[in-house]
Design a protein around this ligand. Structure first.
Ligand SMILES: [Zn+2]
Length: 334
């Protein structure tokens, strides 16, 4: 029996496709996505699974294409367990399921037939550059998850725009920088509110000694996790958009979380003093904090550290957010 690698190599070769490095578009080479033109239509092939072999072809269509009757008619005769056709993201997407080795040789002719049907129904992407229509010096690329075709001039311009957008995103906006102090203050206020609420609830329930049993531990983790999530998400987004946390976001965001936690703790102490003495003296709270900290019980310290870690953990995904900038945003981005 033929190996998967041999079958894959045979099929991409028969279809005339090459590895999708998106050339110099900046997208990493994708071993199991190949790109090229099939029957003149920009096309990409992605391996979905190797065993059983499941292949997905994308043919670039004209903007706004939702169907191509001739092509759809072809799939009326094919069992839906064997192949499917959908139109998405300016592409006709054909998936071949559980392809048997003896049918490998039929794949390329089948796809050429599909491309021809798309072409004859006027639903295929127009010839030449998808931006300016130039016929000369065009390149088929894989970009932003689909095949595209641009001329060299448009490609250079599109790459410049793409990297400018990406640089601007990394720099962050002034609005986000200016809004950051307000966000940090709200996070600190959220911290103080959480511990005050906890005090109020424990007082109302007249709980003097907390017994740690299994249910209590689970409940604590859930409550701290939820509160940390509620504070961490907006904090992460605000830090990311400000562009101030670019290198070592993990470490820097931990510093921000710890900083807001300490500020929040000062606010919390201020509230405690107010509830006891009826006066608002944040300066006294600030002075008291270092003296009180060594007297915090183990459970309280664990809870506060847990809250900090939950907040930190929840803010981290924001730094992985990247706007996908496409070289040809002609489309569905709208
Ligand atoms: Zn062009």
């Amino acid at each position: 029996m033929e190996s998967f690698a041999e079958r894959w190599a045979f099929i991409v070769d028969a279809c005339g496709l090459r590895p999708a490095t998106a050339e110099s578009s900046g997208e990493a080479a994708q071993e199991f996505t190949h790109v090229g033109a099939i029957g003149g239509v920009p096309a990409a092939l992605t391996l979905l699974t190797a065993d059983p072999l499941v292949l997905q072809f994308q043919f670039r269509t004209a903007p706004g294409t939702t169907g191509a009757r001739e092509l759809e008619a072809m799939f009326d005769d094919i069992d839906e367990d064997e192949a499917s056709l959908v139109f998405a993201d300016e592409c006709a997407v054909i998936t071949l399921y559980e392809l048997e080795p003896e049918r490998d040789a039929a794949v390329a002719p089948l796809m050429e037939h599909a491309a021809a049907l798309l072409e004859s129904s006027g639903k295929a992407a127009r010839p030449g550059c998808l931006w300016c229509g130039a016929i000369e010096e065009t390149r088929t690329l894989y970009d932003g998850g689909r095949p595209t075709r641009l001329c060299v001039n448009c490609l250079i311009q599109a790459q410049a725009e793409k990297s400018e957008i990406e640089r601007a995103e990394a720099r962050g906006t002034w609005g986000a920088k200016l809004a950051l102090p307000a966000v940090l203050m709200s996070i600190a206020a959220g911290w103080a509110l959480f511990w005050t609420l906890l005090d109020v609830i424990l007082e109302a329930l007249r709980v003097r000694v907390i017994f740690i049993d299994h249910a209590f531990a689970v409940l604590s983790v859930v409550v701290l996790g939820a509160a940390g999530y509620a504070l961490g998400r907006p904090l992460g987004r605000a830090l990311h958009r400000s562009g101030l946390v670019r290198c070592a976001p993990g470490l820097l965001s931990l510093a921000f979380v710890a900083g807001t936690a300490v500020s929040g703790e000062v606010v919390y102490l201020t509230i405690i003093i107010y509830r006891m003495a009826g006066i608002v003296v944040p300066r006294v709270a600030l002075q008291l904090l270092p003296q009180l900290l060594p007297h915090y019980g183990g459970l309280l310290i664990a809870a506060k550290v847990g809250f900090i870690l939950a907040t930190w953990y929840s803010c981290l995904p924001a730094f992985r957010d990247r706007t996908i900038v496409r070289l040809d945003p002609s489309s569905s981005d709208a």
